[in-house]
Design a protein around this ligand. Structure first.
Ligand code: PLP
Length: 420
């Protein structure tokens, strides 16, 4: 593997060989890695940032000596880099922590304290359970949950949301991209509808982040949670909120923590080396933009250029995966019309008629191919698809370092199974 590149746009090829050279795990291990929605590999610059931190400044912030000052400087830089990644107006709207789920819990507990006469929370049956259970848990605190149901095309349609919104709605919580089906959601339209009803909008950006540009200014959402480890950093999470919303959000903090964002969102110490890694993800995207001919673009334009190129390249991966699955007679869940593939990431959930998902994934594992089976931490979605939780689906999830020759190896194994 895997120097073959696909046409990106007339005259420009996606620099796949360069990309793959940046990810040491892809060349040091023969496994063909297509389980990226569960956590992606990291580029060498991220690895260097993590080890550099541990080697040279593995100390607590807030001291007067140079190593401690360097940690403060690293965190400040990381906030700015992540602010550019999501297009935040201010770096202090970015908070770091363990993972997306703990941020969802933190926000939901704050919302629970401010329910007043608006007590309804809209959730979807497409989301990861992380962005459902946390809201259902508010029912015992007086909230009412309203369900925005997915349609057969794997999408959430605005016409289905509008009747759920009223002067009683406090918040709409939904994903920007389905981690199971790959569908993108029109976040800007959801936020507009929520705001027209006087409600807030929270977006789970975990699955979207590695696939397309995030733009909280354009989307005009109110809160956004993300896991860095799905987007090429080590295990960590970050969140963004509109500054005035974060100021108003009640949070738990120790007495010595200022009641201001981002500190009021960050109780305790987070994992500094992994935050250093997340900052380096943004540097990696800037280097990719350089490779694409955008040298000197500035960080935000470079991030957008890189993510637009990734999105375009990944569309061609989706087309190839779809052709393979269709050829093998697989049942594809969600969006399966290639003309609409700019509305999805190359994340496919499917089943092979007559073969259990676990058997498909075991055969792949035996052939050195890493994919995943099960309920994808989305039990409500499995119910919606009429699938037993103990079986679920087979999920293949690609990112921009995957190539068509990898899909072809996957196809060879799948074809063998479909002919049995
Ligand atoms: C869409 C989505 N939301 C939320 C989560 C939970 O993220 P975390 O593990 O960072 O809590 C995941 C994890 O797979 C996810 O895919």
């Amino acid at each position: 593997m895997t120097g073959r590149s696909l046409p990106l746009q007339p005259g420009v090829a996606f620099p796949l060989s360069w990309v793959r050279r940046q990810f040491p795990a892809l060349t040091s291990d023969p496994i063909l890695f297509m389980d990226n929605a569960a956590g992606a590999q990291i580029p060498v610059g991220v690895l260097d940032a993590v080890t550099g931190h541990l080697l040279h400044r593995n100390v607590q912030r807030g001291g007067r000596y140079p190593h401690s000052l360097a940690v403060d400087a690293m965190v400040t830089r990381a906030r700015q880099n992540v602010a550019w990644l999501v297009n935040a107006e201010r770096a202090d709207e970015i908070a770091f922590g363990m993972n997306a789920t703990s941020f969802l819990r933190l926000i939901s507990l704050g919302i629970a304290e401010t329910l007043t006469d608006r007590k309804e929370i809209v959730v979807t049956d497409l989301d990861h359970d992380s962005n459902i259970s946390t809201w259902l848990a508010l029912e015992k605190m007086g909230a009412t949950v309203k369900w925005w149901r997915m349609r057969d095309d794997g999408g959430l349609h605005l016409e289905d949301l509008l009747p759920l919104l009223s002067e009683r709605t406090r918040l709409v919580a939904c994903t920007a991209a389905s981690h199971a089906l790959g569908t993108f959601i029109d976040v800007a339209a959801v936020a507009r509808a929520a705001h027209q009803a006087g409600a807030d909008m929270l977006v789970d950006c975990v699955h979207y982040c590695p696939h397309a540009p995030i733009d909280v200014a354009l989307w005009d959402c109110d809160y956004l949670v993300c896991s860095g480890y799905k987007a090429f950093s080590p295990h960590m999470g970050f969140m963004w909120g509109k500054f005035d919303k974060l100021v108003a959000l009640p949070t738990f903090r120790e007495d010595f923590i200022p009641d201001r964002p981002p500190h009021k969102i960050e109780a305790g110490t987070f994992v500094y080396e992994n935050v250093a890694g997340m900052a380096a993800v943004v540097d990696y995207l800037c280097s990719l933009a350089d490779e694409l001919g955008h040298e000197g673009a500035g960080t935000r334009p470079a991030v957008v250029a890189a993510m637009e190129a990734i999105k375009l390249y990944e569309r061609s991966l989706s087309e190839r995966v779809h052709a393979v699955l269709a050829d093998c007679g697989a049942t594809i869940y969600g969006l399966a019309d290639p003309r609409r593939f700019d509305e999805r990431a190359p994340t496919f959930s499917f089943n092979l008629p007559g073969t259990a998902p676990a058997a498909v994934v075991q055969a792949m594992a035996d052939a050195g191919i890493a994919i995943r089976d099960g309920h994808m931490y989305a039990p409500r979605l499995m119910n919606r698809l009429g699938l037993p939780l103990h079986e679920g689906v087979v999920r293949l999830s690609l990112v921009h370092y995957n190539g068509v020759d990898e899909i072809d190896r996957f196809a060879d194994v799948l074809r063998g199974l479909s002919l049995r």
